[in-house]
Design a protein around this ligand. Sequence first.
Ligand code: PAF
Length: 273
Amino acid sequence: MKIVHTPDELKMLLKDAKGSVGFVPTMGALHSGHQTLISEARKANDIVVVSIFVNPTQFLEGEDLSSYPRRADADEKVCELSGVDYLFYPEASSIYGRDEVSLKAPDVRGYILEGTSRPGHFDGVLTVVMKLLNIVRADRAYFGQKDAQQLMLIQEMVRQLFMDVDIVPVQTVREVDGLALSSRNVYLSAPEREEALKIARSLKRAGKLVMQDILSVDRIKVEMLAVLEPLEVEHVAIVDRAFNPLETIEIDNTIILVEAMVGNTRLLDNIWI
Ligand code: PAF
Protein backbone atom coordinates (compact mmCIF):
# COMPACT_ATOMS: atom_id res chain seq x y z
CA MET A 1 0.00 0.00 0.00
CA LYS A 2 1.26 3.44 -0.90
CA ILE A 3 0.42 6.44 1.26
CA VAL A 4 -0.04 9.61 -0.75
CA HIS A 5 -0.31 13.12 0.67
CA THR A 6 -0.99 15.43 -2.24
CA PRO A 7 -3.64 15.54 -4.96
CA ASP A 8 -0.99 15.98 -7.68
CA GLU A 9 0.94 12.89 -6.62
CA LEU A 10 -2.20 10.76 -6.47
CA LYS A 11 -3.37 12.01 -9.86
CA MET A 12 0.02 11.18 -11.32
CA LEU A 13 0.04 7.67 -9.82
CA LEU A 14 -3.48 6.91 -11.02
CA LYS A 15 -3.00 8.38 -14.50
CA ASP A 16 -1.34 5.29 -15.87
CA ALA A 17 -3.18 2.81 -13.65
CA LYS A 18 -4.39 -0.27 -15.50
CA GLY A 19 -7.90 -1.47 -14.72
CA SER A 20 -10.86 -0.15 -12.78
CA VAL A 21 -10.54 2.12 -9.75
CA GLY A 22 -12.79 1.84 -6.69
CA PHE A 23 -12.78 4.73 -4.22
CA VAL A 24 -13.82 4.87 -0.56
CA PRO A 25 -13.82 8.43 0.85
CA THR A 26 -13.70 8.54 4.65
CA MET A 27 -12.90 10.82 7.55
CA GLY A 28 -10.88 8.09 9.27
CA ALA A 29 -11.43 6.44 12.67
CA LEU A 30 -12.15 3.41 10.52
CA HIS A 31 -14.51 0.71 11.83
CA SER A 32 -16.13 -2.40 10.39
CA GLY A 33 -18.57 -0.25 8.42
CA HIS A 34 -15.63 1.29 6.54
CA GLN A 35 -14.05 -2.15 6.18
CA THR A 36 -17.22 -3.33 4.45
CA LEU A 37 -17.05 -0.38 2.05
CA ILE A 38 -13.41 -1.22 1.31
CA SER A 39 -14.13 -4.91 0.83
CA GLU A 40 -16.97 -4.10 -1.62
CA ALA A 41 -14.55 -1.85 -3.51
CA ARG A 42 -11.90 -4.59 -3.42
CA LYS A 43 -14.29 -7.20 -4.89
CA ALA A 44 -15.32 -5.09 -7.86
CA ASN A 45 -12.18 -3.16 -8.84
CA ASP A 46 -8.53 -3.68 -9.80
CA ILE A 47 -7.29 -0.73 -7.76
CA VAL A 48 -8.69 0.51 -4.44
CA VAL A 49 -8.15 4.04 -3.16
CA VAL A 50 -9.19 5.15 0.34
CA SER A 51 -9.05 8.77 1.42
CA ILE A 52 -8.85 9.94 5.02
CA PHE A 53 -9.66 13.61 5.36
CA VAL A 54 -11.54 15.26 8.22
CA ASN A 55 -13.22 17.81 6.01
CA PRO A 56 -13.48 21.17 7.82
CA THR A 57 -16.18 22.60 5.55
CA GLN A 58 -18.81 20.06 6.60
CA PHE A 59 -18.54 20.91 10.30
CA LEU A 60 -20.59 23.81 11.61
CA GLU A 61 -19.29 26.32 14.12
CA GLY A 62 -19.22 24.68 17.57
CA GLU A 63 -19.30 21.12 16.18
CA ASP A 64 -16.68 18.44 16.83
CA LEU A 65 -14.10 19.27 14.12
CA SER A 66 -11.22 19.57 16.59
CA SER A 67 -12.22 16.56 18.70
CA TYR A 68 -13.25 14.29 15.79
CA PRO A 69 -11.37 11.00 16.39
CA ARG A 70 -8.06 10.84 14.53
CA ARG A 71 -6.29 7.48 14.48
CA ALA A 72 -3.67 7.60 11.77
CA ASP A 73 -1.70 4.50 12.76
CA ALA A 74 -4.68 2.23 13.38
CA ASP A 75 -6.37 3.44 10.18
CA GLU A 76 -3.24 2.75 8.19
CA LYS A 77 -3.17 -0.84 9.48
CA VAL A 78 -6.86 -1.36 8.66
CA CYS A 79 -6.25 -0.16 5.11
CA GLU A 80 -3.12 -2.28 4.69
CA LEU A 81 -4.92 -5.41 5.94
CA SER A 82 -7.96 -4.69 3.78
CA GLY A 83 -5.91 -4.69 0.60
CA VAL A 84 -6.02 -0.96 -0.15
CA ASP A 85 -3.59 0.09 -2.91
CA TYR A 86 -3.46 3.84 -2.26
CA LEU A 87 -4.24 5.61 1.01
CA PHE A 88 -4.78 9.29 0.31
CA TYR A 89 -4.05 11.40 3.38
CA PRO A 90 -4.12 15.06 2.34
CA GLU A 91 -3.56 18.18 4.43
CA ALA A 92 -6.45 20.66 4.39
CA SER A 93 -4.14 23.16 2.66
CA SER A 94 -3.77 20.87 -0.36
CA ILE A 95 -7.55 20.49 -0.72
CA TYR A 96 -8.73 24.06 0.01
CA GLY A 97 -7.38 27.46 -0.91
CA ARG A 98 -8.67 30.99 -0.48
CA ASP A 99 -11.75 32.51 -2.07
CA GLU A 100 -12.92 29.22 -3.45
CA VAL A 101 -15.63 27.91 -5.74
CA SER A 102 -17.94 25.68 -3.71
CA LEU A 103 -21.05 23.62 -4.22
CA LYS A 104 -24.40 24.28 -2.66
CA ALA A 105 -26.72 21.42 -1.77
CA PRO A 106 -30.19 21.59 -3.34
CA ASP A 107 -32.46 24.14 -1.58
CA VAL A 108 -35.02 21.60 -0.42
CA ARG A 109 -33.43 18.18 -0.13
CA GLY A 110 -30.13 19.58 1.19
CA TYR A 111 -31.87 21.61 3.89
CA ILE A 112 -34.39 19.17 5.34
CA LEU A 113 -33.76 16.59 8.08
CA GLU A 114 -30.02 16.60 8.90
CA GLY A 115 -29.75 19.67 6.66
CA THR A 116 -32.11 21.51 9.04
CA SER A 117 -30.17 20.60 12.17
CA ARG A 118 -26.85 21.26 10.40
CA PRO A 119 -27.53 23.99 7.81
CA GLY A 120 -24.70 24.09 5.25
CA HIS A 121 -23.30 20.68 6.29
CA PHE A 122 -24.19 19.12 2.96
CA ASP A 123 -22.67 22.04 1.01
CA GLY A 124 -19.34 21.06 2.60
CA VAL A 125 -19.89 17.35 1.97
CA LEU A 126 -20.72 17.87 -1.71
CA THR A 127 -17.81 20.25 -2.24
CA VAL A 128 -15.25 17.89 -0.78
CA VAL A 129 -16.69 14.78 -2.44
CA MET A 130 -16.61 16.61 -5.79
CA LYS A 131 -12.96 17.56 -5.22
CA LEU A 132 -12.02 14.02 -4.15
CA LEU A 133 -13.85 12.43 -7.08
CA ASN A 134 -12.05 14.80 -9.45
CA ILE A 135 -8.70 13.83 -7.96
CA VAL A 136 -9.27 10.07 -7.96
CA ARG A 137 -11.40 9.79 -11.13
CA ALA A 138 -12.70 6.44 -9.90
CA ASP A 139 -15.00 4.15 -11.84
CA ARG A 140 -16.95 3.47 -8.65
CA ALA A 141 -17.22 5.25 -5.31
CA TYR A 142 -18.66 3.61 -2.19
CA PHE A 143 -20.89 5.27 0.43
CA GLY A 144 -22.77 3.83 3.40
CA GLN A 145 -26.55 3.76 3.53
CA LYS A 146 -26.35 4.88 7.16
CA ASP A 147 -25.82 8.42 5.88
CA ALA A 148 -28.84 8.08 3.60
CA GLN A 149 -29.36 11.79 2.94
CA GLN A 150 -25.67 12.26 2.13
CA LEU A 151 -25.83 9.27 -0.22
CA MET A 152 -28.91 10.61 -2.00
CA LEU A 153 -27.35 14.09 -2.39
CA ILE A 154 -24.12 12.63 -3.78
CA GLN A 155 -26.12 10.52 -6.24
CA GLU A 156 -28.02 13.67 -7.26
CA MET A 157 -24.77 15.65 -7.64
CA VAL A 158 -23.29 12.98 -9.88
CA ARG A 159 -26.47 12.79 -11.98
CA GLN A 160 -27.08 16.53 -12.21
CA LEU A 161 -23.46 17.45 -12.97
CA PHE A 162 -23.09 14.60 -15.52
CA MET A 163 -20.18 13.07 -13.64
CA ASP A 164 -18.75 9.80 -14.81
CA VAL A 165 -18.65 7.65 -11.68
CA ASP A 166 -20.94 4.95 -10.31
CA ILE A 167 -22.05 5.65 -6.76
CA VAL A 168 -22.39 2.32 -4.97
CA PRO A 169 -24.55 2.24 -1.79
CA VAL A 170 -23.41 -0.19 0.91
CA GLN A 171 -25.59 -1.54 3.72
CA THR A 172 -25.23 -0.29 7.29
CA VAL A 173 -23.11 -2.44 9.59
CA ARG A 174 -24.38 -2.91 13.17
CA GLU A 175 -23.04 -4.14 16.48
CA VAL A 176 -24.66 -7.39 17.67
CA ASP A 177 -27.09 -5.37 19.80
CA GLY A 178 -28.20 -3.32 16.80
CA LEU A 179 -26.24 -0.07 17.28
CA ALA A 180 -25.25 1.24 13.85
CA LEU A 181 -21.48 1.66 13.55
CA SER A 182 -20.30 5.26 13.51
CA SER A 183 -16.96 6.91 14.20
CA ARG A 184 -18.84 9.12 16.67
CA ASN A 185 -19.89 6.12 18.84
CA VAL A 186 -16.55 6.54 20.66
CA TYR A 187 -17.99 9.68 22.28
CA LEU A 188 -20.70 7.65 24.08
CA SER A 189 -20.32 6.78 27.75
CA ALA A 190 -21.61 3.33 28.79
CA PRO A 191 -25.03 4.68 29.92
CA GLU A 192 -25.28 6.81 26.75
CA ARG A 193 -24.50 3.81 24.60
CA GLU A 194 -27.38 1.98 26.31
CA GLU A 195 -29.67 4.96 25.56
CA ALA A 196 -28.46 5.05 21.95
CA LEU A 197 -29.83 1.54 21.41
CA LYS A 198 -33.30 3.11 21.43
CA ILE A 199 -32.59 4.45 17.96
CA ALA A 200 -32.09 1.00 16.44
CA ARG A 201 -34.98 -0.35 18.54
CA SER A 202 -37.34 2.31 17.21
CA LEU A 203 -36.40 1.35 13.66
CA LYS A 204 -36.88 -2.32 14.47
CA ARG A 205 -40.33 -1.47 15.83
CA ALA A 206 -41.12 0.35 12.58
CA GLY A 207 -39.96 -2.65 10.57
CA LYS A 208 -42.21 -4.96 12.62
CA LEU A 209 -45.23 -2.70 12.05
CA VAL A 210 -44.62 -2.77 8.32
CA MET A 211 -44.40 -6.58 8.44
CA GLN A 212 -47.83 -6.51 10.13
CA ASP A 213 -49.06 -4.47 7.18
CA ILE A 214 -49.39 -1.29 9.23
CA LEU A 215 -48.31 1.23 6.62
CA SER A 216 -49.58 4.55 8.01
CA VAL A 217 -46.63 6.92 8.40
CA ASP A 218 -48.35 8.82 11.25
CA ARG A 219 -48.98 5.64 13.21
CA ILE A 220 -45.44 4.35 12.72
CA LYS A 221 -43.94 7.70 13.78
CA VAL A 222 -46.00 7.77 16.99
CA GLU A 223 -44.82 4.27 17.90
CA MET A 224 -41.21 5.10 17.10
CA LEU A 225 -41.27 8.27 19.19
CA ALA A 226 -42.58 6.25 22.13
CA VAL A 227 -39.60 3.87 21.84
CA LEU A 228 -37.20 6.83 21.56
CA GLU A 229 -38.38 8.52 24.79
CA PRO A 230 -36.66 10.38 26.49
CA LEU A 231 -33.99 11.02 23.83
CA GLU A 232 -33.73 14.47 22.25
CA VAL A 233 -35.04 13.54 18.82
CA GLU A 234 -34.07 15.85 15.94
CA HIS A 235 -36.32 14.01 13.53
CA VAL A 236 -38.13 10.82 12.75
CA ALA A 237 -38.86 10.91 9.04
CA ILE A 238 -40.40 8.56 6.55
CA VAL A 239 -39.58 9.43 2.96
CA ASP A 240 -39.35 7.79 -0.41
CA ARG A 241 -35.94 6.96 -1.88
CA ALA A 242 -35.79 10.44 -3.45
CA PHE A 243 -36.55 11.97 -0.02
CA ASN A 244 -40.09 13.09 -0.77
CA PRO A 245 -42.35 12.80 2.30
CA LEU A 246 -44.79 9.88 2.35
CA GLU A 247 -48.15 9.35 4.04
CA THR A 248 -48.13 5.61 3.49
CA ILE A 249 -45.15 3.27 3.37
CA GLU A 250 -44.29 2.18 -0.18
CA ILE A 251 -42.64 -1.22 -0.15
CA ASP A 252 -39.22 -1.12 -1.87
CA ASN A 253 -39.30 2.68 -2.04
CA THR A 254 -39.17 3.90 1.58
CA ILE A 255 -36.48 5.02 4.00
CA ILE A 256 -37.29 5.47 7.69
CA LEU A 257 -34.78 7.79 9.36
CA VAL A 258 -33.95 8.87 12.88
CA GLU A 259 -31.60 11.58 14.05
CA ALA A 260 -31.22 12.03 17.80
CA MET A 261 -28.84 13.57 20.29
CA VAL A 262 -27.50 11.18 22.90
CA GLY A 263 -25.76 13.45 25.40
CA ASN A 264 -23.75 15.72 23.11
CA THR A 265 -23.46 13.14 20.35
CA ARG A 266 -25.58 13.37 17.23
CA LEU A 267 -26.51 9.91 15.95
CA LEU A 268 -28.19 8.92 12.70
CA ASP A 269 -29.71 5.65 11.66
CA ASN A 270 -32.25 4.41 9.14
CA ILE A 271 -33.80 1.36 7.57
CA TRP A 272 -34.71 0.86 3.93
CA ILE A 273 -38.10 -0.74 3.33
O1 PAF B 1 -19.31 10.13 5.28
C1 PAF B 1 -18.20 10.66 5.49
O2 PAF B 1 -17.33 10.10 6.13
C2 PAF B 1 -17.93 12.06 4.94
O3 PAF B 1 -19.07 12.84 4.96
C3 PAF B 1 -17.30 12.03 3.52
C4 PAF B 1 -18.23 11.40 2.51
C5 PAF B 1 -15.99 11.24 3.56
C6 PAF B 1 -16.99 13.45 3.07
O4 PAF B 1 -16.12 14.10 3.93
